[in-house]
Design a protein around this ligand. Sequence first.
Ligand SMILES: Nc1ncnc2c1ncn2[C@@H]1O[C@H](COP(=O)(O)OP(=O)(O)OP(=O)(O)O)[C@@H](O)[C@H]1O
Ligand SMILES: [Mg+2]
Length: 146
Amino acid sequence: MIEKFLSRSEHETREIARQFAACLQEGDILLLTGRLGAGKTVFMRGITEFFMCSEQLSSPTFSLFNIYEGELEGKPVSLHHFDLYRIESPRELEAIGFDEYLDSGYISVVEWGERFPEYASRYTVQVSLEYAGDESRCLVIKRLSA
Ligand SMILES: Nc1ncnc2c1ncn2[C@@H]1O[C@H](COP(=O)(O)OP(=O)(O)OP(=O)(O)O)[C@@H](O)[C@H]1O
Ligand SMILES: [Mg+2]
């Protein structure tokens, strides 16, 4: 299943992400792709808004891994957010326990995951964001497995 959207602002990207997040399920592992500044972290922010996560103190930009605690219909939901931009080797990724986190059954969201093709089969959804102008982005959401 593939869905395409045109976003004309950061606000619209967050709105698309909030609507998309409604179909996420526990155990989903989401790959966010797109160049630097494409809006991957903005999209993640929209997901955290949907689950009403409390504000994170550390900025995802400077951090490899954050856990957000939110809720859906009164039930607690944990979101694991990874940014693998600065990870240099599969061994380093293994050392932080990436694999175990993915197996945790929570919802995981991964930026720059395509740098490590050995994990390609783990992702259940891919969201790619492409520049389509200064403030415009083309978003393609693809369900990779049921
Ligand atoms: N339509 C849009 N959607 C999302 N972000 C937009 C849009 N238009 C402009 N922006 C701006 O682009 C930037 C996107 O930054 P963001 O940190 O989300 O990118 P990123 O893909 O996570 O980059 P990085 O690879 O560095 O982590 C923000 O400054 C945001 O305000
Ligand atoms: Mg980012």
